[in-house]
Structure formats: structure tokens, C-alpha cells
Write a protein that binds this ligand. Structure first.
Ligand SMILES: NC(=O)c1ccc[n+]([C@@H]2O[C@H](COP(=O)([O-])OP(=O)(O)OC[C@H]3O[C@@H](n4cnc5c(N)ncnc54)[C@H](O)[C@@H]3O)[C@@H](O)[C@H]2O)c1
Length: 403
């Protein structure tokens, strides 16, 4: 039986454009109970070969150089915004005005102010939004959130998070749009730290205070044209240009009383230039009765201890399996691992479920505002050396009760 058709429009056919498209396509297979049949209607990019790719390989019916055609297409119900950061505000506000629900990649805006503008437009238009905070969908993370909400780790004392990547560890790594202020906004703060802040908000609750420092290691890189290659590329002998944002950021944080970690403190660190970690996106949470440790490089397992007495002292290594998060929708047994793209399928499922009228459990634009507020305070602190208190952000889905 054919499911309910959902018309998909895509803005930008880069890495994330492909991943979003595959996620929609997978929905009828992974989540047949949703009863939806996504239809890839139209994709936009300014690189003509990527438009051809969208049609010939991804299966979009139409392609265009002008993203407005995506937003104005009558058959488009949802829009995936996978463009470089400088276009996010413009496209998301235009999508809201066109009455289209949007799935916007992180960071939502290049700054807190841009993110707030998108939130205002989405609220005024009454359209549903979701943000690409995909690490929320890791089964181990969902499990940690539940354990902490149930008090199984006791009182949370401290948290240690790192989002360490090596995509620009090579000094001749391409100067993609990610390194330019006008195109990206901040550097590793918006690119990786924003994910980590959202994870902290999702698993533990709102961060209340922050102080930070930032550092740029490689100040020049070979220029890469927009729409060519990826940010992992190494360019030998090219014309050099200036890196305009930070390679590394570290924050000290305190959690507020309205979190599940009231009074807890922690450190969050991000780098895009390390040699060694490939995608070490790790969260360690230490409570008075137990601890949880997870690292994306071994996404399907986590270490847990729930006692400080008796024979089970220290960590046990647990493989995620059916019954933990959405694992069971992908594989029938533990040990047959999920991958990064699967997190996007879970994200697409939650987005489409909310569009169909179910409770929104995915991140929304207010979660992006909460994350951007921390990043904005971190940038200010890196320049003035002070602690900054964060405003309370209403209507986030991170504040939703764990179940
Ligand atoms: N959630 C995650 O884990 C994750 C991972 C990677 C990237 N991202 C985010 O996704 C977004 C895209 O990143 P990416 O790595 O896919 O980038 P990318 O460089 O691979 O692709 C960007 C695409 O945008 C196109 N583009 C440029 N100007 C355009 C315009 N005016 N109209 C339409 N298209 C235009 C380019 O031609 C290119 O095809 C960024 O905001 C990034 O931060 C999120």
C-alpha cells in the first residue's frame, strides 16, 4: 500500500545534501510504520554538475540554480537546507515565509542574532523546524539521557566533552568556506562545538555559565573554490588565503538549577586540526553513583558503571542493541553496527513524525538558539576573559522529559 506522499525540496547538494536525500529515501524501509513515501521533487545548487548529480543519481525530478524555485514549488512540503552557513538565515526565513517546514543544518545561523532571526520567522509563520544535531540520535546517548533523568548516576558532579576532528590537520588542507567569517561565522565553535553544546543540553540540561578560550593554529591555507571537493581535501601548491576563524576552542561550564546536573561543572573542547583523533566526539559524565563514557569513533558501544561498591567496580563495556534508542529499527541484534548516515535517518523520522502531527522530539530552532547563545558567550569570553551568564531559552526540545 502506498504511503502518504511528502514532497522534498533540497537546497545545496554537497555532503549534507546527499545525506539528507538518502535519509528521506530510507524512511519507508527503516520506518514502515510511519506510512510515508518521500518524493524527491527539486534540488538547487549553484554548481551545475551537482544539480545533474541530484537528478541522475539521487533521483530528484528537477534541478535549479535558484533555491527560490525550491521554496516556491507547489509539490514541496519540506525543505532541507544544506547550504554553507552564510545562506542559512536567508533560505530558512524565505522557507518559513513560503510556509514550508524546514530541516536546517547546524549551525542554524552564523551568529546568535541570525539564529534568533530564524527562530522569530519560524514562530511567526507557524512552521515546524528541525536542526541537524544528529548526535542526539545515537542509541548510547539516548540511553545516557534516560539513566541520568532517572537519577541512576546519582548527583552529576562533572562532565567532560570533546569534539576532536582531524579534517584540517594537514596544513595544506583546503581553505573551504568553513574558514571564512562571512561564509561560516565562527570556526570550530559553530562547526563542532555547537553539536557538543547541544548534546550537553540534551543529556543534562541547560548550561548556565561559560568562560572560554580560542586559538588558531594554521593561519593560512590554499584556497578552494565553492562547490568543488570537500573540506577534507588537501591542495598542493595552490594560492594561499587567510584563515579567519578559530581552529580550537575550550570552555569551562556550569549547569543551572533547572538541569539534571544542577551545580555540576565541566569542560568542553573542540578542535579541527588534531593529528590522531579522526572524529573523536566523546562525552564523559561523572555522577556520585556512576559514570557514562561514549565516543563516536566507537558509536555503537559505551562504558557504564552504576555502582561504587561490590564486585562490579569500574566500567562495563556495553554494545548498543535493540531496546536502546532507535537501534532496533536498523538491526535485529546488538553488534551489527549502525553508522553516521543512520543518525540522519532517525533525524528524518523524527522530523516527518512531527510534521504528521506527533509530538516533536527532534531538535527545533529554539535548541539552535540555546546552542548559539553558548557559542556567542564563548566568543565574548575568549576576547574579554570573563565568565558569561546565559539567558534561559524557552520551548527547546532538549527540555522534554526523557522516556
Ligand atoms: N550535522 C552534521 O554532522 C554536519 C556535517 C557536515 C556539515 N554540516 C553542515 O551542513 C552544511 C553544509 O555542509 P557541507 O559539508 O554539506 O558543505 P559542502 O561544501 O559539501 O556543500 C555545500 C554546497 O552548497 C552549494 N552552494 C553554494 N552556494 C549556493 C547557493 N547560493 N545556492 C545553493 N547552493 C549553494 C555548493 O555548491 C555546495 O554544493 C553546513 O552548514 C555544515 O555546517 C553538518
Amino acid at each position: 500500500m502506498a504511503g502518504k506522499e511528502i514532497g522534498v525540496g533540497l537546497v545545496s547538494v554537497g555532503w549534507m545534501g546527499k545525506v539528507h536525500s538518502r535519509a528521506y529515501q530510507a524512511l519507508p524501509v527503516v520506518y514502515p510504520e510511519l506510512g510515508v513515501k518521500p518524493r524527491l521533487v527539486i534540488a538547487a545548487d549553484t554548481a551545475p554538475d551537482r544539480i545533474e548529480y541530484a537528478k541522475d543519481v539521487l533521483g530528484y525530478e528537477q534541478g535549479t540554480l535558484d533555491y527560490h524555485e525550491v521554496l516556491n514549488h507547489p509539490d514541496v512540503d519540506v525543505v532541507s537546507i544544506c547550504s554553507p552557513n552564510f545562506l542559512h538565515k536567508e533560505v530558512a526565513i524565505a522557507a518559513a515565509k513560503a510556509g514550508k517546514a524546514f530541516w536546517l543544518e547546524k549551525p542554524a545561523g552564523r551568529s546568535l542574532a541570525e539564529t534568533q532571526d530564524i527562530a522569530k520567522a519560524a514562530k511567526e509563520a507557524g512552521v515546524l523546524s528541525t536542526i541537524g544535531f544528529n548526535y542526539r540520535n545515537v542509541p548510547a546517548i539516548e540511553h545516557a539521557r534516560k539513566l541520568i533523568a532517572e537519577g541512576r548516576l546519582g548527583r552529576i558532579m562533572n562532565v567532560r566533552g570533546v569534539f576532536f576532528a582531524d579534517y584540517s590537520s594537514e596544513p595544506n588542507g583546503a581553505l573551504s568556506w568553513r574558514f571564512k567569517r562571512d561564509l561560516a561565522g565562527s570556526g570550530v565553535l559553530g562547526d563542532l562545538m555547537g553539536h557538543l553544546v547541544d548534546l550537553a543540553h540534551y543529556v543534562l540540561g541547560p548550561i548556565e555559565e561559560v568562560t572560554a578560550l580560542t586559538h588558531t593554529v594554521h593561519t593560512q591555507r590554499p584556497i578552494q573554490q565553492m562547490g568543488v571537493g570537500t573540506h577534507f581535501d588537501v591542495v598542493e601548491g595552490g594560492e594561499m588565503g587567510d584563515v579567519e576563524n578559530e581552529d580550537y576552542a575550550a570552555m569551562l561550564i556550569r549547569f543551572g538549577n533547572d538541569s539534571n546536573a544542577a551545580g555540576a561543572v565541566g569542560t568542553l573542547e573542540s578542535s579541527r586540526v588534531l593529528v590522531g583523533p579522526r572524529a573523536r566526539y566523546a562525552l564523559e559524565i561523572y555522577g556520585t553513583e556512576g559514570s557514562f563514557v561514549w565516543d563516536f569513533e566507537r558509536m555503537n558501544e559505551f562504558e557504564l558503571t552504576l555502582t561504587r561498591r561490590g564486585e562490579h567496580l569500574g566500567y562495563q563495556r556495553i554494545m548498543a542493541g535493540p531496546g536502546i534508542g532507535d537501534f532496533g529499527s536498523f538491526q535485529p541484534g546488538a553488534g551489527t553496527s549502525m553508522g553516521y548516515d543512520d543518525l540522519k535517518i532517525v533525524e528524518a523520522k523524527k522530523f516527518v513524525s512531527a510534521i504528521l502531527g506527533k509530538e516533536q522530539i527532534n531538535s527545533n530552532i529554539n535548541d539552535a538558539v540555546a546552542s548559539a547563545a553558548v557559542l556567542d558567550a564563548a566568543e565574548k569570553s575568549a576576547s574579554d576573559g570573563a565568565w558569561h551568564t546565559l539567558p534561559k531559552v524557552e520551548s527547546t526540545t532538549a527540555a522534554r522529559k526523557a522516556n
